[in-house]
Design a protein around this ligand. Structure first.
Ligand SMILES: Cc1cc2nc3c(=O)[nH]c(=O)nc-3n(C[C@H](O)[C@H](O)[C@H](O)COP(=O)(O)OP(=O)(O)OC[C@H]3O[C@@H](n4cnc5c(N)ncnc54)[C@H](O)[C@@H]3O)c2cc1C
Length: 454
């Protein structure tokens, strides 16, 4: 393959398999997915991204994009991978309360830079995720019930669409791109930079509470009743956690089955204590870190893995968390099972997440988000994909029928690829894709199927 024309048109590196730097650029946070594209463009500018997409189009090659590989659900085994790690621009405007980031910036840098002005962005469970990839999929923040989805607060985006054109999109400009990029993931193009709102959140009342896994039936039952009493500025989720017996996992969680409650509240400590009391009263916890914490330490709530791991995931939205739903979850992952999954979590949705918006976000109608992750490591690796599927099948009777694209896991057939969006949203996304990515270059990951040519 002659890459000289591409090399001459970009500022960043153009790498083919075996070249120095190729392995670093294709490496994903999800170690189980090995990307092996024909060409990697390590972009240094929006113009590089446009040149890469145009070159791929001229050569009939598919295009993928990666910032961190947290969302590497399907390996990219051909075509061009645009690596956005070098798009590392970050600026904070404390007067307008906005941040502007390049597509390679992770949440950690935004949290630290914004905190210097007492400001905060709507980060999810880990600050190691890329801001842009997360937000294009809606972006479910820890404080989602209070502020809504991260994409609700985008101000503008710069994007190279699948036809190789560069667009500047302002939120509210009435364009189809504005609508589709807020929730439609990377289906229409590669976003090169994004501006979004920040909020005055220097600290919060939050943390994690752990109990022995044997208490899972009681804790899930109390959780389902308790969350009904919570105000919108109190976010909560609960997980059944089976951490491996490895030195990186601290005692007393190492190799144990535990229940992990995660809470985040924007009110006063005393009111937080009062609201949390019904859960704390279930039984003395093994660990309880809940208290006043700087917003920059948000990672202490969910305690997601800090280093790359091989994993498989899957998720589904729930209408309710009644006794039957809980029984179904416990039947797959409760104390009486040999469940191989690392984590089975239920996040409370609602509040500002349910607010109607004109965008492509799915999941506003859900009461809860169910999500499962398994580590693809011996001796349980082979059992993980089946366990994810079994959990989703067992709880399907209480599902909305949908999922969030950021929590979808490995996409299946055409109908499964439509699941992250309400049907009218999906159809409109397909039409927009036909306009902006007419050759269907962007067909990796959570790409939606192209419309059949008429
Ligand atoms: C440990 C962990 C915790 C998580 N917690 C949350 C959470 O709390 N809330 C939540 O909403 N999600 C969460 N996620 C999901 C995460 O938001 C998605 O996996 C997201 O895609 C990660 O984006 P990335 O750029 O870091 O990943 P990458 O793997 O680099 O990208 C994943 C996909 O995002 C799209 N994408 C990335 N960059 C661009 C771009 N510049 N232009 C167009 N498309 C792009 C592409 O479709 C790409 O395939 C979590 C994931 C992990 C692994």
């Amino acid at each position: 393959m002659d890459i000289s024309a591409l090399e001459n048109s970009v500022e960043g590196s153009v790498l083919t398999p075996g070249a120095e730097g190729y392995a670093e650029e294709v490496a994903a946070f999800n170690l189980s997915r090995q990307h092996t594209p024909d060409v990697v463009v390590a972009a240094r500018s929006a113009a590089d991204v446009a040149a890469a997409v145009r070159w791929a189009g001229d050569h009939g090659l598919p295009v993928g994009v990666q910032a961190t590989g947290h969302g590497a659900v399907v390996p990219i085994t051909s075509g061009v991978l645009v690596s956005t790690r070098g798009l590392d621009e970050l600026s904070i405007d404390p007067h307008r309360r906005t941040a502007r980031v390049g597509a390679g910036v992770k949440w950690r840098r935004v949290l630290d830079a914004a905190a210097q002005h007492g400001l905060a962005g709507l980060c999810g469970s880990t600050s190691d995720v890329g801001v842009v990839g997360y937000t294009l999929g809606g972006g479910l923040p820890v404080l989602g019930r209070c502020y809504g989805f991260s994409s609700d607060h985008v101000r503008s985006l710069d994007v190279v669409t699948g036809d190789g054109r560069l667009h500047h999109v302002e939120t509210g400009d009435g364009s189809e791109l504005d609508w589709a990029l807020r929730g439609g993931k990377g289906n229409l193009g590669i976003v090169t930079s994004m501006e979004f709102e920040l909020f005055e959140i220097p600290d919060l009342y939050g943390g994690a509470v752990f109990w022995p896994g044997a208490l899972a039936p009681t804790l899930l039952t109390v959780f389902a009743e308790w969350v009904e009493t919570l105000p919108d500025d109190f976010s909560a989720s609960i997980s059944l956690l089976r951490l491996p017996p490895v030195p990186e996992v601290p005692e007393p969680l190492r190799g144990q089955f535990t229940v992990h409650l995660r809470v985040a509240y924007l009110g006063e400590d005393a009111e937080g204590e009062r609201l949390l009391a019904p859960m704390r009263e279930v039984a003395p916890p093994m660990i309880d870190t809940v208290g006043r914490m700087p917003y920059t330490e948000l990672d202490r709530i969910h305690l997601d893995p800090e280093h790359p791991v091989p994993f498989e995931e899957g998720g589904m939205l729930l209408r309710e968390l009644g006794p039957d739903t809980i029984e179904a979850i416990l039947g797959q992952a409760g104390p009486d099972t040999s469940c191989p999954l690392l984590l089975v979590e239920v996040r409370l949705m609602g509040g500002a997440l349910a607010r109607e918006r004109v965008d492509a976000v799915g999941g506003r109608d859900a009461a809860y988000a169910l999500f499962a992750v398994g580590a693809l490591m011996p001796p349980i690796a082979d059992a993980v994909p089946g366990a994810v599927k079994d959990l989703l099948a067992a709880t399907a009777p209480w599902s909305t029928g949908g999922t969030m694209v950021n929590f979808h896991g490995v996409p299946g057939d055409a109908s499964d690829r439509a699941r992250p969006w309400p049907a009218p949203t999906f159809q409109r996304l397909q039409a927009a894709k036909a306009t902006y990515d007419p050759a269907n270059l962007l067909r990796f990951g959570h790409a939606i199927p192209a419309l059949d040519p008429a």
